[in-house]
Design a protein around this ligand. Structure first.
Ligand code: CMP
Length: 133
């Protein structure tokens, strides 16, 4: 069943010239790119985007990193998009992510972990609204 999801190529990956590498993995997997947008999160937008993490000890670090440079947001479509994309990106802690996953192949960080992807239909609705507003 065709489903949509959102991913964000984070500032560390943009800085390291990995935009094409990341997007091409989703194209090669068979997903269709529906929307693409390069922008820099404002503080207000970042706080709204990550509002489920508000109050957590890492919230300040998280918003300061995501606003630190340009990102690329994508909405993609394909079979089982939300769960499959989460498998493709790998574990949140890049240093624990298995090789073959995006974080496992390109990162070692925790806050700086290359890519974000929606983890549910609810987060896709919320995050895509904020990113493409
Ligand atoms: P992301 O998938 O964008 O979702 C929330 C982000 O918070 C996560 O990736 C990490 O980059 C970041 N983060 C930093 N510290 C923590 C932490 N202690 N627990 C969870 N997420 C963290």
């Amino acid at each position: 069943m065709a489903e949509q999801t959102l991913f964000i190529v984070k500032p560390d990956a943009v800085y390291r010239n990995l935009i094409g590498e990341v997007i091409s993995r989703f194209e090669k997997k068979g997903f269709r790119i529906l929307k693409l947008k390069m922008f820099t999160f404002t503080q207000e937008q970042a706080e709204k985007f990550y509002d489920v993490h508000k109050g957590k000890p890492f919230f300040g670090e998280l918003t300061s990193f995501i606003t630190s440079g340009p990102v690329v947001a994508a909405i993609i479509e394909g079979n089982n998009a939300i769960a499959t994309t989460r498998i493709m990106i790998g574990a949140t802690k890049s240093f624990e992510a298995v090789p073959g996953s995006i974080r496992g192949d390109f990162g070692l960080g925790f806050s700086e972990n290359i890519i974000h992807a929606s983890d549910s239909q609810g987060s896709f609705d919320h995050e895509s609204r904020v990113a493409f507003e």
